[in-house]
Design a protein around this ligand. Structure first.
Ligand code: C2O
Ligand code: CU
Length: 549
């Protein structure tokens, strides 16, 4: 195994990803940041300098399990103190499995400011993939806001609440197109929005007729669930979150924030023209134009517009088709990692929106997560019991009396820093239960992401999970493993994982504003097996002999 070394400087710079100029968080001048290429078993070093001047930072390696290095997970408040302005922090971790992964800011809402990128881990020399393709291409999807993330966070925390709203544009490999005539007259006059800026010309993927492409597609949207398609081309899904899946062919891929997929696409259409690759918002009534890239058949000009109108995607509110695609995944024959047949513990998490002291929040079983000043990993390892609330959060909610279909105020919700402490090596089931939000007849889609593990997806269902019989519907034969799974409107999602990775791990909704509003929980397992903590993760909070005033 080799060592892959990256030296990054993180700072704000003016960029025009969708033709509208604003401050963007860049890594070495780029957003999305540089792709980390490594081989299975390699050790990755990222020496990260925070040049944001007035903001802290932390970067999470999304999908990397951090076996033996829980302090390198990058979850600020959970596994480390933030990296202070001017400071340099070194992340070191092993990429233990080939696949497609992501990285992004994990402090405040900085991911939405452009701090994100991809990690591609190849198989060891001589080990073949169980499918064949000619070329590999990386496609990272995002949604984009013109308001700064500080402005967004201020609105989310304000009374009255100001929602971030629908994004202004959708980005494919960091490029989108905002309709500049919509921005204020003074804005366009000042050159703030310029549709002819080459920075925002559409991403063009050049293909050679007859060849097969492996597209590694990842989404790091702040809010939007997306549908991705390439006009006139089938896609065969082969990988999800670093795990092989039984190949199946689709016309459109639903992708939720925090997910990655590999799809195989053959350039088998009329090669005299180009085709649109499109992303559209689903699961929310969209107010964002279609995101566009060009699927360019060589030797046509890469920027030559296809003669057709871009696809608008399936109806945004077709929950049934999204659920059907979620249910269609199976682990690939020959690569099935079977789940334990029973669980030692079942945690049911009721997902609700509510108000706490006049602030809008998201809660799980009436608790809305607030991260402590002292990262949990430090607090637990050093036995700093004053650092966070020690009483355990509840493993369920009042099933019998809760109507998930009606608007509920959930008046008993509180903010809390309580965590789930799991027995090391035990098997844990998490049932995510959706409900109506604080808007009449509305239930949102929440992509749930677990740090430090993959989980088996045992099942999805609609309505209220029935604890006495719904487990019979579980797929225990060939469920896929992932690190992110959607919770569909008014539905439930059942996950199983083994608590076998010593550390402290966040499990949260990957919608940036939802996590910011408390939509997450924290799991501890095997803390006594965690090796000595590097002192670099402790630039804040309580420690022996040092307390915050
Ligand atoms: Cu990609 Cu904790 O998130
Ligand atoms: Cu959410």
């Amino acid at each position: 195994a080799r060592t892959v070394y990256h030296k990054w400087e993180v700072k704000y710079e003016y960029k025009s990803p969708d033709c509208y100029k604003k401050l963007v968080i860049t890594i070495n001048g780029r957003s999305p940041g540089p792709t980390i290429f490594a081989q299975q078993g390699d050790t990755v070093f990222v020496e990260l300098k925070n040049s944001l001047w007035t903001e802290n930072v932390a970067v999470h390696w999304h999908g990397i399990r951090q076996l033996g290095t829980p302090w390198s997970d990058g979850a600020e408040g959970v596994t480390q103190c933030p990296i202070l302005p001017g400071e340099t922090f070194i992340y070191r971790f092993v990429v233990d499995r080939a696949g497609t992964y992501l990285y992004h800011g994990h402090y405040g809402m900085q991911r939405a400011a452009g701090l994100y990128g991809s990690i591609i881990v190849s198989l060891p020399e001589g080990v073949p993939e169980p499918f064949s393709y000619d070329y590999d291409q990386n496609i990272i999807l995002n949604d984009w806001y013109h308001a700064s993330t500080n402005e967004q966070a201020a609105g989310l925390s304000a009374i009255p609440f100001v929602f971030v709203g629908e994004p202004q544009s959708l980005l494919i490999n960091g490029r989108g197109k905002y309709n500049c005539s919509l921005s204020t007259a003074s804005g366009s006059a000042a050159g703030v929005c310029n549709t002819t800026n080459p920075e925002c010309s559409p991403y063009s993927l050049t293909v050679v007729p007859g060849k097969t492409y492996r597209l590694r597609i990842g989404s790091l949207t702040s809010l939007s669930a997306l549908t991705f398609e390439i006009e006139g081309h089938d896609m065969t899904v082969v990988e999800a979150d670093g795990n092989y899946v039984e190949p199946f062919t689709i016309r459109n891929l639903y992708i939720y924030s925090g997910e990655t997929y590999s799809v195989l696409v053959k350039a088998d259409q009329d090669s005299s023209r180009n085709y649109w690759a499109t992303i559209n918002v689903v699961a929310r009534n969209p107010a964002t134009p279609t995101g566009l890239a060009i699927f360019n058949y060589y030797p046509n000009h890469p920027q030559k517009q296809p003669p057709t109108a871009p696809a608008t995607g399936p109806p945004w509110n077709d929950t049934a088709s999204r659920l059907a695609q979620s249910l269609a995944f199976r682990a690939r024959q020959g690569f099935i990692n079977k789940p334990p047949v029973t669980a030692d513990r079942v945690i049911v998490l009721l997902n609700t929106q509510n108000k706490i002291d006049g602030h809008f929040k998201w809660s799980l079983n009436n608790l809305s997560l607030i991260l402590p000043q002292t990262p949990y990993l430090v607090a637990l390892k050093e036995n700093l019991t004053g650092a966070f609330a020690q009483d355990p959060p509840p493993d369920g909610y009042d099933f019998a009396n809760y109507d998930i279909h009606s608007l509920a105020e959930n008046v008993n919700a509180t903010s809390s820093s309580r965590i789930y402490r799991l027995r090391f090596n035990s098997t844990v089931d998490v049932i995510l239960q959706n409900a109506n939000s604080m808007t009449v007849k509305n239930s949102e889609t929440h992509p749930w992401h677990l740090h430090g593990h993959d989980f088996w997806i045992l099942g999805y269902g609609t309505g209220k999970y029935n604890i006495s019989c719904d487990w019979r519907k579980y797929n225990l034969v060939n469920p896929i493993m992932k690190n992110t799974a959607p919770l569909h409107p008014y539905g439930w999602t059942a996950l199983r994982f083994r608590a076998d990775n010593p550390g402290v791990w966040a499990f949260h909704c990957h919608v940036e504003s939802h996590f910011y509003m408390g939509m997450g929980v924290v799991f501890e397992e095997g803390i006594e097996k965690v090796g000595e903590l590097p002192s670099s993760i402790r630039g804040c909070g309580e420690s022996e002999g040092h307390h915050r005033p």
